[in-house]
Design a protein around this ligand. Structure first.
Ligand SMILES: [Zn+2]
Length: 349
């Protein structure tokens, strides 16, 4: 860690191609600690509530996201969670694991920003009524990044830090999981398991874990900690998509700036059929990539990145392969269109 981690006020950027020196004067970002703390606490609450319901359903062998009218566990379980603080305590394993992964990811970016003297905000967490109680977190970069190496390091540090925390969470989550019972098997949402789940479970099997020896990973009722790992891995995969303003896009741009546009286009072309056949949500990501694909923060073209970073890039690719699954959640665009078509045909029959 450098002695003075606070970002400087001035940057000199050499553009050999344009033969000019640009000077950017940067105001250090306002440190609004209260805002970061408030958003974080709100996200702790929303993820605790969701985690509490996951744990309640896990303990009672109910389907993962099932509502329990007798206990007022509604689809969004905030009122139920607030009735009794004991309910919220149930949510600690899920919330701590999920926020641990997300925080590690963002701090990975943030710490590298400090080390490379790039001004950045602390993480903003987004509490939201989603399946997991949040839309994730982000930091905002407030000053130019001075080299392709710095861009690479800042971009890749997040996914690596998040992944390093998500792996042990996954192992503990799998160890705490149990075989699925018929009462819990009636799932309203199906989750596709990425390769890293199968790999971790296979390793447990090799080490003689009795559950892993008798049941397949698809036959498990995943513990809320394993769900937190699932969402952590999913977030890692989304961030590593090689295009646009995502972490994967920054990595590609740092490695080969001219390849960035093509990589983004290729990613969009792959996501479109995936959304049709596997998961409709990929369409949204294709749109996000398409819309942000043309723009990228300016970084001096020279010098390039060294060989060590190419090795790290291969590790990023391995992480993407391990965490990406074509059908993370149920519901392809094809199914949606066909259902809609059938409904429209029905009255005429
Ligand atoms: Zn990131």
């Amino acid at each position: 860690m450098p002695e003075n981690p606070s970002p400087p006020l001035e940057y000199q950027i050499l553009h050999p191609e344009q033969r000019e020196i640009r000077v950017a004067v940067i105001q250090p970002p306002a440190k609004r600690y209260w805002l970061h703390a408030l958003l974080f606490l709100a996200t702790v609450f929303t993820t605790l509530s969701i985690g509490a319901r996951l744990e309640y359903n896990f303990d009672h062998n109910l389907p993962v996201f099932s509502r329990d009218a007798s206990n007022d566990v509604d689809y969004w379980p905030w009122p139920w969670a607030l009735q009794d603080w004991h309910h919220l305590v149930l949510g600690i394993p899920f919330s701590a694991c999920l926020l641990g992964i997300l925080t590690a990811h963002e701090l990975g970016h943030y710490i590298l920003c400090l080390r490379r003297k790039v001004a950045a905000t602390l993480p903003f967490f987004i509490p939201a009524p989603t399946l997991i109680g949040t839309l994730g977190a982000f930091i905002r970069i407030k000053s130019p990044i001075r080299s392709r190496s710095d861009l690479f390091d800042i971009g890749i540090a997040g996914p690596i830090a998040g992944f390093v925390v998500a792996v042990p969470v996954l192992v503990f989550g799998l160890l705490a999981s149990k075989p699925l019972t018929p009462s819990a098997a009636n799932v309203d949402i199906t989750f596709g398991l990425p390769l890293v789940f199968r790999l971790a479970y296979w390793i447990l099997e090799i080490f003689g874990n009795p559950m892993a020896n008798h049941f397949k990973v698809q036959q498990l009722y995943l513990h809320p900690m394993a769900f937190a790992a699932w969402f952590g891995m999913f977030a890692t995969a989304l961030n590593l998509l090689p295009g646009g303003q995502l972490d994967g896009g920054h990595i590609i741009f740092a490695l080969r700036p001219r390849l960035h546009r093509t990589a983004t286009l290729l990613a969009v072309l792959v996501l479109l059929p995936l959304s049709w056949f596997f998961w409709a949500g990929w369409l949204l990501w294709a749109v996000v990539l398409r819309m942000t694909g043309g723009r990228h923060p300016e970084v001096p073209m020279y010098p390039g990145v060294n060989g060590k970073r190419w090795l790290l890039a291969i590790f990023a690719l391995i992480m993407l392969v391990l965490t990406l699954t074509p059908a993370p959640l149920g519901g392809s665009l094809k199914e949606f269109v066909e259902d809609h078509w059938h409904q429209r045909q029905q009255p005429s029959k």
